[in-house]
Design a protein around this ligand. Structure first.
Ligand code: ACO
Length: 324
């Protein structure tokens, strides 16, 4: 018997305001057609004025607790993946903890931009497998609309706001790839690529939050190769072939990256959960949002084998293989 970190609850929250591509035709020199064909995005949600990342995270957390049928007192900790915190500190995690009325355990944030949820899952898995925690909430929550340059057509059309939350619980496994729970993880970063995707402000530089800057085309070329190699690395640790994966639940940045990665792995698009058309790129929130949508509509079922992969600013990238 070995300890496994098993998903027991999932939930998400999207802000009420839905923004179609046509909104940007009045802002910058772009078209609905360009955005759809180059990115796959049709609409995205934006947080209301005054609605913060922790507000979205709390809503997703409540949905996940309800889905798991447990109370906040059953959690040992909360890990929030975000690059758009309410404040420089304290962490969004501790804000969520307070709002949920959780007075024990711990909470902290992980910052790995679009790869944040993968990094957070890997941390949570290590804490559960090592016996440090029995039950953890892992949240991806972002308000990227707050760091957009609304005059930059190459970025402002791509991102959205939202939050997804997953609860992982310790359970016994036989140590085989048939076990439920997280079966393997793979993390990578390479800071030499920092200029490819960054925010041009910060506490110790400008003293401001800054705006997102991205070299989309070079990043696009990095993405498919790095996502495929991290996915293959995570799968090879389990002995599972890509063709045996039930669902790829990828980071949702661009439909062409999602298609390119699935094709390289030989997995048909019918087995890929796609939400980029409805959510845009919600950075660390995109994978838990897609997992939650896939579970809620009945596609993802208990026992399914799931591969998630993501790449984002850093560059930071990684993959997780888990059985639902
Ligand atoms: N509307 C119309 N034209 C546009 C727009 C727009 N919104 N944006 C850019 N263009 C133009 C460019 O100016 C360029 O024009 P030019 O040829 O006259 O210079 C032309 O379209 C082609 O631009 P490219 O950047 O080469 O277009 P590409 O096909 O690469 O698509 C995109 C751009 C969608 C950004 C793509 O490169 C991409 O998805 N990149 C990766 C994004 C990603 O994965 N990010 C990582 C995760 S995000 C995170 O970590 C926060």
């Amino acid at each position: 018997m070995i300890r496994r970190a098993i998903p027991v609850g999932i939930g998400h929250y999207l802000p009420d305001r839905i923004v179609p591509n046509s909104h940007f035709e009045a802002l910058v020199d772009t078209t609905d057609e360009w955005i759809r064909t180059r990115s796959g995005i049709e609409r995205r949600h934006f947080a209301a004025d005054g609605q913060t990342t922790s507000d979205l995270a709390v809503r997703a957390a409540r949905a996940a607790l309800e889905n798991a049928g447990i109370s906040v007192d059953d959690l040992d900790g909360i890990i929030v993946a975000t690059s758009t915190p309410d404040l420089t500190f304290p962490s969004v995690g501790t804000m969520v903890q307070a709002e949920l009325g959780m007075t024990r355990g711990f909470a902290f944030d992980v910052q790995a931009v679009c790869a944040g949820f993968i990094y957070a899952l890997c941390n949570a898995n290590a804490m559960i497998v090592s016996g440090h925690a029995e039950r953890l909430m892992i949240i991806g929550a972002e308000t990227f609309s707050r760091i957009m340059d609304w005059t930059d057509r190459s970025t402002c059309v791509l991102f959205g706001d939202g939050a997804g939350a997953m609860i992982l619980e310790a359970g016994d496994g036989a140590g085989t790839s048939q076990d439920r729970g997280i079966l393997s993880t793979d993390l990578n970063s390479d800071g030499r690529y920092r200029d490819m995707l960054y925010v041009d402000g910060g506490v110790s530089t400008t003293g401001t939050a800054g705006k997102l800057r991205m070299q989309g085309n070079p990043l696009f070329r990095q993405a498919v190769d790095k996502l495929t190699s991290t996915a293959e690395a995570a799968l090879s640790k389990t002995g599972i072939a890509p063709g045996d994966v039930d669902w790829i639940v990828p980071h949702q940045a661009n439909i062409r990256i999602i298609q390119g990665t699935a094709k390289k792995m030989g997995v048909p698009m019918e087995r890929v959960i796609q939400t980029v058309q409805d959510h845009g790129n919600t950075s660390a929130a995109s994978i838990p949002l897609a997992l939650s949508v896939g579970a809620a509509d009945g596609r993802i079922k208990q026992g399914d084998l799931i591969l998630s992969e993501a790449i984002g600013g850093g560059l930071a990238w990684g993959a997780v293989v888990l059985r639902w």
